[in-house]
Ligand binder design. Structure first.
Ligand code: HEC
Length: 393
């Protein structure tokens, strides 16, 4: 299986890696000892003059990443940064491949590309990866991405991305938020370049006025009466079991919790909302959890939620769908379909609130939520999706 995934360089490395792993296990080395040795080797490799052996560093990164904890994560971040700034094309390709193939390490890879952009802000492909990373980057990786993006003349000044920079900045400590403000100034030309950049609070107010139909640029807040919150669930979905019985339970929860009314995954469910078949490739677990807990945090423009006001004064809210000539269809959160002729419609208003119901996880047990997440993120046998790139000005 491992040898059929990814690009050619990665294939070879992956197969080499499993061989190394098999040997290590055969010698009965404990995970801890193995990691200590890898960390020491990596340290030595990084310090090699005149330059490190990039291929060995790539192999070390792949091996360390199989057991991600604080120490290995730190080292992987250092390795990816060294690879990205090396000027060596194979090394750089590895960083891009981590971004595409390992959603959980996407932020780390983007942070490394940000460092590379500080030296050579040239690759349009890397710029696009960094823009896509804005929904996941945190901490030092976020700072590096914000700094890197600012070095390009390109600007992603579509509302969704502008909003995302505000949100990324709001998650940073006060002293580092200026990086987000500066990128916002560069992308939006507001305020003019000669003026002092605004605070993120000023951008939040401006965003609301400039994009009245978009969800506001605010971090989600947990309602106090909610049983399941992000801080409770995030650690619980970190390492998910993926055996057959768990995946079967996950598929069942998808149907009983009503997700299948709107979403399709493989052959299950309906296509009223986004298709979730390739979700595990496209999204990090943290992002998926946010979609489930805060449905309106990130709206998908392909599935607009609207309120239709009829001439007789009644209103109907839900997902707007095509229904042939001169007719309009709305799919409601309660899975009812409402169809009406154009001549009966007074107005159609976009809503900044998702049609996906809030609180869908509330009735579920932790075991059910974990199984649902495991099933949704499983990519076994799922081909990688064709991706859409952020628009450029
Ligand atoms: C009434 C329809 C509806 C129901 C029911 C529903 N969703 Fe959604 N879901 C949506 C829509 C629409 C979106 C796109 C976000 C938006 O614009 O509102 C979405 C977005 C998502 C996303 C993010 C998709 C992506 O591509 O990143 C995930 C994950 C998701 N839903 C999972 C679920 C799960 C799991 C359930 C059941 C617990 C569920 N949804 C129930 C309509 C629904």
């Amino acid at each position: 299986m491992c040898c059929s995934v990814g690009t050619s360089v990665r294939q070879v490395l992956f197969c080499g890696l499993s061989l190394i792993q098999t040997l290590a296990w055969a010698q009965d080395v404990s995970v801890d000892e193995r990691q200590q040795k890898l960390l020491r080797d990596a340290e030595t490799l990084l310090l090699t003059e005149p330059e490190p052996d990039w291929v060995r560093l790539i192999l070390t990164d792949l091996e360390l990443s199989t057991e991600l904890n604080a120490a290995s994560q730190d080292m992987c971040r250092r390795i990816l940064r060294a690879l990205a700034t090396s000027g060596d094309e194979t090394a750089l390709e590895h960083v891009r491949s981590v971004f595409e193939n390992e959603p959980e390490r996407r932020g780390m890879a983007a942070g490394a590309l940000g460092q590379a952009a500080l030296l050579h802000p040239e690759s349009l492909g890397d710029w696009q990866l960094m823009v896509r990373s804005l929904t996941v980057v945190e901490g030092a990786d976020a700072v590096s991405v914000l700094q890197g993006l600012k070095r390009f003349r390109l600007r992603a000044n579509k509302g969704t991305w502008v909003r995302q920079v505000i949100l990324t900045g709001l998650q940073l400590p006060e002293a580092e938020r200026l990086w987000a403000s500066q990128l916002l100034q560069h992308w939006t030309s507001v305020p003019a370049r000669s003026a002092e950049p605004w605070t993120l609070q000023q951008y939040q107010v401006w965003f609301q006025q400039e994009y009245p139909e978009a969800p506001s640029a605010e971090l989600p807040v947990d309602r106090p009466d909610r049983r399941w919150t992000y801080s409770k669930l995030a650690p619980a979905v970190h390492d998910l079991p993926a055996d057959e019985s768990v995946l079967r339970l996950g598929a069942k929860v998808f149907e009983t919790a009503g997700c299948a009314r709107c979403h399709r995954r493989g052959t299950v469910g309906a296509a009223n909302g986004p298709d979730l078949t390739t979700l595990g490739w496209r999204r990090q677990k943290a992002e998926i959890l946010r979609s489930l807990l805060y449905a309106s945090y990130e709206l998908d423009e392909e599935y607009p939620t609207v309120t239709v006001v009829l001439k007789n004064g009644t209103t109907h809210s839900g997902l707007l769908q095509q229904a042939g000539d001169k007719r309009l269809r709305v799919f409601t959160a309660g899975a009812e379909v409402f169809e009406v002729g154009h001549d009966e419609v007074e107005a159609v208003r976009n809503q900044a609130v998702s049609a996906m119901p809030e609180g869908t996880l509330e009735p579920l047990s932790l075991e059910q939520i974990q199984a649902l997440m495991a099933w949704l993120t499983s990519v076994d046998g799922v081909p990688k999706p064709h991706r859409t790139e952020p628009e450029i000005e």
